[in-house]
Ligand binder design. Structure first.
Ligand code: ZN
Length: 60
């Protein structure tokens, strides 16, 4: 039997063009922080919006 993973999703507005991009987050309880550059701490994910802007979302 197949099991479906219940993944939390969040819509993040791109800091450049404000277009919302949906990302998966590890925990629905975390606070998301959008950054335009990469930092060397914490859990994060790299996001690319549909216009090709790349930014980083940190899970606080
Ligand atoms: Zn963008």
């Amino acid at each position: 039997m197949a099991t479906t993973q219940n993944q939390e999703m969040a819509a993040i507005p791109c800091p450049y063009c404000e277009q919302e991009t949906t990302i998966s987050v590890p925990d629905g309880d975390v606070e998301l922080e959008v950054r335009r550059s990469v930092a060397l701490y914490g859990d994060h994910t790299t996001v690319e919006c549909s216009a090709g802007h790349r930014f980083w979302v940190y899970f606080c």
